[in-house]
Ligand binder design. Structure first.
Ligand code: ATP
Ligand code: MG
Length: 463
């Protein structure tokens, strides 16, 4: 339970120290072991039988209380990672900033964390250290501690809920159950300090608010705009992981809007952010919004989504803009300008978000195909339609047209008809094109964005 002062702070969204937890017995919380992953149960029992404390913690307890299916089951224990490793043959120790044990059961991984204590306390073993940067950011957080301390180190009150395998009670350290009832996302402790310790919490606040259909408490929301710049201290590989969570959550559109509102999007995709700021209510904005709406619909219908498509879309307008600049400034022919623009835009974007090569290769394919759609003569249409990324590239073109890129409509309709035709129909369609679309290899200049120019056939199209 919180002290009187803490309770009053909590009303304002600030909890300084956590005292005794509210203990919710099995008869009152309605969560049963049958709802857990059998592997998580195995891990909990093995730890308990090994003489350690073991709890389910965080998102899985929160989600079960909300009647949602947890994405994963996280375990916390007072055993050190090395002690955990001794108990499980299928255990891998991972992480430097935050050392963890992964217990691997085929495709399922149960993450086991050792309870974290206060940084700045006496260290102990050589792995038992924490280390902060000049911005207050925790670079290492391997100070082990008690469950109470562990609860204080968690991000949001709704994430500091512990289910004990010993007595099947839920231990609620920060009034998380009340926050769930009030549908409030509130940080534990002083929001500014907690964001400085780990600026990714700003992204997590948004993600949980949209995922759980909750609102961010005023005290937790307030510092975000001011502190958004701190995201630049986060390694791009971690921001990529966070982007995937934000965009593959089934709430990508809502996350995109919130990221823009809170000034966080510019630290993830600065070039696109600038273009969107300069073009309110534009075709560009419709394209990105519709891309996220479609992504959400696919995820919510259990359809596959490729991150390559999402990143191709997010960097498309910066790519067209750069290509145009290179053609004008450096007098490069379109084909060369496009190749150089792809390299530049991808490597600049990797300063913020490190998209792995398997996805940037996919994005490049999708972009390349946009520039080949109007070369349909001879075998070209057929060959193009057999490319592995053709379907994604075609969907990309449909999205451009749906967002208002009218100069592409005729070409897009042609491809839609072509894909619906049988072999003979396809041959007829190609034949009736005449000699106009063979593609001479001669560069044609194109304009970027949704703007039209007489003679344009496809977005950013040329050679
Ligand atoms: P989901 O898995 O549905 O995204 P989650 O709450 O389980 O949500 P995880 O990233 O799996 O999120 O983290 C598990 C738990 O670890 C969280 O519930 C929280 O208690 C703690 N946690 C994770 N990231 C942080 C962080 N950056 N700062 C403080 N605590 C964190
Ligand atoms: Mg989780």
């Amino acid at each position: 339970m919180l002290s009187a002062k803490d309770a009053s702070d909590a009303e304002h969204g600030q909890i300084t120290t956590l005292n005794e937890p509210v203990i919710i017995p099995r008869s009152e919380h309605g969560i049963s072991r049958s709802q857990f992953s059998p592997n998580a149960l195995k891990v909990l029992y093995r730890l308990k039988d090994g003489g350690y404390e073991a709890y389910l913690v965080g998102g899985c307890v929160r989600d079960l209380l909300l009647g949602l299916q947890p994405k994963d089951f996280d375990v916390v224990t007072n055993a050190t990672p090395e002690q955990v490793k001794k108990l499980f043959r299928n255990c891998r120790l991972i992480g430097r900033r935050f050392r963890l044990a992964h217990i691997v059961f085929g495709r399922e991984v149960i993450e086991v964390a050792t309870m974290r204590g206060h940084h700045g306390g006496d260290g102990g073993g050589k792995n038992n250290i924490s280390h902060a940067s000049e911005h207050g950011q925790l670079l290492r957080d391997n100070v082990y501690g008690t469950i109470d301390e562990d609860a204080e180190r968690r991000d949001f009150t709704i994430n500091a809920l512990y289910y004990s395998i010993k007595d099947f009670c839920i231990y609620d350290y920060a009034n998380g159950v009340k926050a769930i009832k009030n549908r409030r996302i509130e940080l534990i402790g002083d929001p500014e300090t907690r964001y400085r310790e780990d600026p990714v919490r700003m992204l997590r606040a948004i993600r949980f608010a949209t995922k759980l259909d909750m609102s961010i408490s005023p005290a937790t929301a307030k510092p975000i705009k001011e502190l958004a710049d701190l995201l630049s201290n986060i390694p791009p590989a971690r921001l990529f992981e966070e982007c995937l969570k934000l965009f593959l959550s089934g709430k990508a559109e809502a996350n995109f809007k919130a990221l823009r509102e809170f000034g966080l999007f510019k630290h993830l995709f600065p070039a696109l952010d600038k273009i969107l700021d300069a073009n309110p209510d534009s075709m560009q904005e419709r394209f990105i919004t519709q891309m996220f709406i479609n992504t959400d619909a696919r995820i919510n219908n259990d359809k596959k989504v490729t991150p390559a498509f999402i990143f191709a879309a997010l960097l498309w307008f910066p790519l067209l803009q750069r290509c145009q600049e290179l053609m004008q400034r450096e007098q490069l022919p379109h084909f060369d300008a496009l190749a150089a623009a792809m390299n530049q835009v991808l490597s600049e974007s990797a300063q913020q978000v490190a998209v792995p090569k398997r996805f940037t290769l996919g994005a490049r394919d999708i972009w390349h195909i946009q520039h080949r759609f109007d070369k349909r003569g001879g075998q070209r249409a057929y060959r193009l339609s057999q490319q592995p990324r053709f379907k994604a590239a075609y969907d990309f073109m449909l999205l451009l047209v749906d967002s208002g890129q009218d100069d592409l409509k005729e070409l897009c309709d042609w491809w839609t008809a072509y894909l619906n035709a049988d072999v003979n129909g396809q041959k007829m369609m190609v034949k009736s094109l005449g000699g106009t679309t063979r593609g001479s290899g001669r560069p044609r200049r194109r304009r970027s964005g949704g703007s039209k120019r007489k003679g344009d056939k496809a977005a950013g199209e040329s050679s």
